[in-house]
Design a protein around this ligand. Structure first.
Ligand code: ADP
Ligand code: MG
Length: 308
C-alpha cells in the first residue's frame, strides 16, 4: 500500500455534510461557511513521547488529536465543522492505522466535524498535526481578554484527574477512572456554545489551571483571587492522594481540557452532565492570589511549559 492507498483506505470516508463542496482528493478543500459567521481555526501537534507516552493505543491518540482542538473551540464558543490531518509515520502498520482512524472519526463525530484533507508522510517519529476549522456568529467569539473586576471565575469538571491518570499510567494499581480521564478527554463543546453571550472570557485548561488562568488574566489585564477550598477536586483524587498532591494536580496538572471562564455573577447555562464550580473572583491588578481557609497562601508552580 502506498500513500494514496493509505489515504483512500483509512481517511477518505464519506463526508458528513454538504458544507464540504470539495473534500479529500483534490489539491485543496472547498468549504462553504454559514452566512453571517466568522471562521475560527485551531491547530495542535501531538508528538509521541512529548505529548503522550510512547506505546499509547492508536485509537486514544486519534481521539486526543481531535479533542485537544475541539477543546479550543469550546473555549471560543465556536462550532467546529471541518478538520485537516497531517500525519508523519515511521511505518505503515494497518492495525495501528485502523485504531487511529477509529479514534479520529469517533471524536469528530461527537461534534459533527468532517475530515476534508491532510498530508501523509514518512518520518522518524510519530507526529500528528490536526487542524480544526469552524465558525461563530460575527463578533460573538469568546476571547481571553474580556474578564473584568467583579466577574466570578468558574471551571468545569474536575481539574487534576487527567494528570493523576498520567502519573499512574504505568502503575498496576492505577485508578481506571483517572486513567480514563487522561486517555479519553471530552471537550466541553456544547457547554462552550452555551456560554456565548454569558462568559466574559474563557480559556481551556490544557497546561494546568493555574497557568491557564494566568494567561486569561494577563490577556484581560486583571488579577484574581482563587479560593483553593472551592477547587472541585474529584472524589477519586481525594481518596488516593494527600491534600498537597491533590492541589498540585488540580492546579498544575495538564491535559484536563476543561473550560475556565469568567462571568458576571448571575445565572449560568444549565450544565447538564457538566459540573460547573465557582472558584474565585476577578480583581483589579495582576496575578493570582490563592486563598485557603480565609488566608492568603503562596503557590508559585507554573504548570507545564515547553522550552522552560
Ligand atoms: P497534494 O499532492 O496536493 O499535496 P496529497 O497527495 O498530499 O495532495 O494528498 C491527496 C489528497 O489526500 C489531498 O486531498 C489531501 O488533502 C488528502 N490527504 C492526504 N493525507 C491525508 C490524511 N492523512 N487525512 C486526510 N486527507 C489526506
Ligand atoms: Mg500534500
Amino acid at each position: 500500500m502506498d500513500e494514496f492507498g493509505l489515504i483512500d483506505r483509512y481517511f477518505a470516508r464519506a463526508r458528513t455534510d454538504d458544507s464540504v463542496r470539495v473534500g479529500i482528493g483534490d489539491d485543496g478543500a472547498v468549504l462553504s461557511p454559514t452566512n453571517g459567521h466568522e471562521l475560527v481555526a485551531a491547530t495542535d501537534t501531538l508528538i509521541e513521547g512529548v505529548h503522550f507516552p510512547e506505546g499509547l493505543d492508536s485509537c486514544d491518540i486519534g481521539w486526543r488529536a481531535v479533542m485537544v482542538n475541539l477543546s479550543d473551540f469550546a473555549a471560543m464558543g465556536a462550532t467546529p465543522r471541518w478538520m485537516t490531518l497531517a500525519l508523519s509515520l515511521s511505518e505503515l502498520n494497518p492495525s495501528w492505522l485502523d485504531g487511529f482512524a477509529t479514534g479520529v472519526f469517533d471524536a469528530a463525530a461527537r461534534s459533527g466535524v468532517s475530515l476534508v484533507g491532510g498530508d501523509t508522510t514518512r518520518g522518524k517519529n510519530l507526529v500528528v498535526t490536526l487542524q480544526v476549522i469552524g465558525e461563530v456568529p460575527e463578533g460573538e467569539a469568546i476571547l481571553r481578554s474580556g474578564a473584568g473586576p467583579g466577574d466570578l471565575i468558574h471551571v468545569t469538571g474536575h481539574p487534576g484527574d487527567a494528570a493523576a491518570g498520567l502519573d499512574e499510567f504505568d502503575s498496576s494499581e492505577s485508578s481506571s477512572l483517572l486513567r480514563r480521564r487522561f486517555l479519553k478527554p471530552e471537550a466541553r463543546v456544547a457547554y462552550g456554545l452555551a456560554l456565548r453571550g454569558v462568559a466574559t472570557a474563557a480559556i481551556d485548561v490544557s497546561d494546568g489551571l493555574y497557568a491557564d488562568l494566568g494567561k486569561l488574566l494577563a490577556a484581560s489585564r486583571v488579577g484574581a483571587r482563587l479560593d483553593l477550598d472551592r477547587l472541585p477536586v474529584s472524589e477519586a483524587l481525594r481518596s488516593r492522594y494527600p491534600r498537597p498532591q491533590q492541589l498540585k494536580f488540580a492546579l498544575t496538572g495538564g491535559d484536563d481540557y476543561e473550560l475556565l471562564f469568567t462571568a458576571r455573577s448571575g445565572e449560568l447555562p444549565e450544565g447538564g452532565d457538566t459540573p460547573v464550580t465557582a472558584i474565585g473572583e476577578v480583581v483589579v491588578g495582576s496575578g493570582i492570589q490563592c486563598m485557603e481557609a480565609g488566608e492568603a497562601v503562596e503557590f508559585d508552580d507554573l504548570g507545564y511549559r515547553h522550552f522552560s
